[in-house]
Design a protein around this ligand. Structure first.
Ligand code: APR
Length: 357
């Protein structure tokens, strides 16, 4: 996926370029700087000596030498001094300048540490936000796979408040087998558990017949008087057409309905262009659940339509899956920021939304 957060040692990343959180001398140091110099070998320091240092917020490139990458991009983050010395802009510049330099050198993949969040003391939550905002802005107009490499869990912090809310939602929402049975009835018969998440065609004027069983076809929800009720929701023809459409057709219909371009949609979904084109051009292709959910988020679908899209791809949201619960939490909150959702998924050790070919 174009943007991914991974837990690793950046010196082990097999990418075109890794970014070093250096100091202005570029002559090595501790933290990730020290790790990169140790892994790259002496030649790295010899080349750094020829660069004449680097200003804060800027970046310079060297070869990767013994590292499993072609280049090392050395950037100098700001020292945190309380936020009054333009630290945010300087830190954002580290990411933006490094990304443009990587593009200039033909890199298709780049790995960043969380710059300035160690020795330089930048508060970790803010450092993460600056990093993801700068990377997101770059990816809106560039195709590149960007990794944010988290060396240790302590150096990764989403807001404690958000973490606590998600934790509470997971604890409350998970109801085990009972929930699963009740949920599958809800999903088919219409909504009693979560009235807020009514499917778009379940307009208020259609009370469900109480004696309905799971096998009851959706027509039972209409009390037989099609003429008057038809104006309450989509026409029968539209409705039946939508029953037939698959995931791919629903995705393309929603992109059109929302006046989005294909690129806007797959970038907001953190899905790469190649995979989107495969979904679009190969009707038989079956995307994975996290890809379908990523598109539902990109299209800002309400929960019921998210479930409709999942169902068309052969999936459903499950309350026995932390991944599903966290995505459902954000949809219920109306927060469709896939970077924030992925930060939360990462914080809860879940896989992320989006995908690559
Ligand atoms: N891989 C990935 N990330 C790492 C690694 C590693 N091998 N080692 C450390 N980190 C993480 C830290 O956990 C921190 O989150 O990199 C982030 C940046 O921490 P620092 O390396 O301390 O860099 P920074 O805060 O930008 O301070 C730069 O430290 O090492 C000196 O010479 C460097 O003077 C410069 C200053």
């Amino acid at each position: 996926m174009p943007f991914e957060i991974v837990r690793n040692d950046i010196t082990r990343m097999r990418v075109d370029a890794i970014v070093n959180a250096a100091n202005s001398t570029l002559l090595g140091g501790g933290g990730v700087d020290g790790a990169i110099h140790r892994a790259a070998g002496r030649e790295l320091l010899e080349e750094c000596r020829t660069l004449g240092g680097c200003e804060t917020g800027q970046a310079k490139v060297t070869k990767g030498y013994r590292l499993p990458c072609r280049y090392v991009i050395h950037t100098v983050g700001p020292v945190w001094e309380g936020g009054t010395k333009n630290e945010k802009a300087l830190l954002a510049s580290c990411y933006t300048v490094s990304l443009h330099l990587a593009a200039e050198y033909g890199c298709e993949s780049v790995a960043f540490p969380l710059i300035s969040s160690g020795v330089y003391g930048y508060p970790k939550e803010e450092a993460l936000k600056v990093a993801t905002d700068a990377i997101r802005d770059f990816l809106l107009s560039h195709d590149m796979n960007v990794f944010l490499v988290i060396f240790d869990k302590a150096s990764f912090a989403i807001s404690q408040r958000l973490y606590a809310h998600i934790r509470a939602f997971i604890d409350d929402a998970y109801a085990g087998p009972f929930y699963e049975e009740a949920e599958s009835r809800r999903r088919y018969l219409g909504n009693t558990l979560f009235p807020a998440a009514r499917a778009p065609w379940e307009s208020e004027s259609l009370p469900l017949a109480p004696e309905e069983t799971e096998e009851a076809p959706i027509e039972a929800a209409w009390d037989g008087d099609w003429g008057e009720k038809a104006s309450a929701g989509p026409s029968l023809e539209d409705y039946l057409k939508r029953m037939d459409e698959g995931f791919r057709e629903m995705l393309l219909r929603k992109i059109d309905e929302q006046g989005m371009t294909d690129a806007e949609c797959y970038k907001l979904a953190n899905v790469d262009r190649k995979l989107f084109n495969k979904i679009k051009n190969q009707p038989e292709y079956r995307p994975g659940k996290s890809t379908v959910l990523a598109f539902a988020v990109a299209l800002r679908l309400p929960l019921a339509e998210t479930e409709e899209m999942l169902k068309k791809a052969g999936f459903s949201l499950s309350h026995s899956s932390k991944f599903d619960l966290i995505v459902e939490f954000f949809i219920r909150q109306g927060n469709y920021d896939i970077f924030e959702i992925n930060e939360a998924l990462f914080a809860f050790d879940q896989k992320l939304l989006g995908s690559v070919m």
